[in-house]
Design a protein around this ligand. Sequence first.
Ligand SMILES: N[C@@H](CCC(=O)N[C@@H](CSC=O)C(=O)NCC(=O)O)C(=O)O
Length: 292
Amino acid sequence: MSLKQESLNKTFGGELRKYSYQSQALGGLTTNLNVFLPPTAIGASAKAAPVLYYLAGLTCTEDNGAQKGGMFGAAASHGIALVFPDTSPRGAKIEGEDESWDFGTGAGFYVNADKAPWNKHYNTYDYVVREIPAKLSEAGLPIAVEKASIFGHSMGGHGALSIYLREAGKYKSASAFAPISHPTACPWGEKAFSGYFNDAAKGKEHDSTELISQAGGSSKRQLNILIDSGTGDNFYKQKQLLPEDFEAAARKAGYDAKDVNVRLQEGYDHSYFFISTFAGEHINWHAKFLTA
Ligand SMILES: N[C@@H](CCC(=O)N[C@@H](CSC=O)C(=O)NCC(=O)O)C(=O)O
C-alpha cells in the first residue's frame, strides 16, 4: 500500500505532511507518519534532502516530536528532511495491550517481537529501519534515503542508539535526549523485553550498552553519537535511563568524547521543554555528517 497524504502545513518555508499507509511490518494495520520537507526539497528546483528520523518515547505518537520538538527551523536551514514514525501499532486488539503505558500501545520499543501474540503486529524495528525508508522512496518523495541519521527521546533514544549500533553503515550519526541507555538493567526495558521476546536474553541484542561494548576491539568502527540527559529528570533519578552505564561501556570499548559524547544537562527534566532546548543543537550536529 502506498502513502496517502492526510494533511499538509507550511512551516519554516518547508512542509509538514502527515501520511498514512497499511503497514506490513505492523501486521496490516494502518499507521501514520509525519514528514517535514525543507524548502530546498519543494518546488520546481527541488533537490532530494538527506533525512533525520526522530523516534519518540513511551505514550507518544508521530505527533509529539513534530508538534513540540522545535525542530523545523534548524532542519529547514540545513536542508534536512525529518521523519516522525509512530511508536507502536494501533488497534491490534491484543489482550493487555492497553493495560499499562509502558508496554503495548505506544510502547513498541523499536524491536521485532518474537513472542505470540505480539509477533504479528509489534515489529517496530522493521517498520522504522526497512519499511518506512522503502515507502518514502516508492512514493517518490524528494528524500535521499541513503543519506540518513537517527535521533530520539527516551524509549526512542534507546531505539535510535540501538538501531544505529546494529545497522553499521546505514546511518551516519545518532543522537538521543534522555535515552533508555541500558534497557536490560532497568524496569522499563526488562518489562518490554520479557513481554516481546520468548527469551528475555534476546534483549541484549537491542541494548545499546551491550552493543557498544561489542563495537570496540579489533572490529572497531567509527561512531558519531551525541547524548543529552537532564539531571532534573525523575526517570533519570529512578535509574530508568542509566546514561553513565553507556558512557562507561563506550570508554571501555575505546571511544572518547569526540566519538561518543554523553552530556548531563543541569536541572533539565524529561519533557519536551528539555528536548526543544537542545533539538536545534542536535540537528546542527547531525548536519555535519548528513551534508558533508
Ligand atoms: N504517562 C506517564 C508519563 C509518560 C511519559 O513521560 N512519556 C514520555 C516518554 S517516557 C520514555 O519513553 C513522553 O515523551 N511523553 C509525551 C510528551 O509529550 O511529553 C506517567 O504518567 O508518568
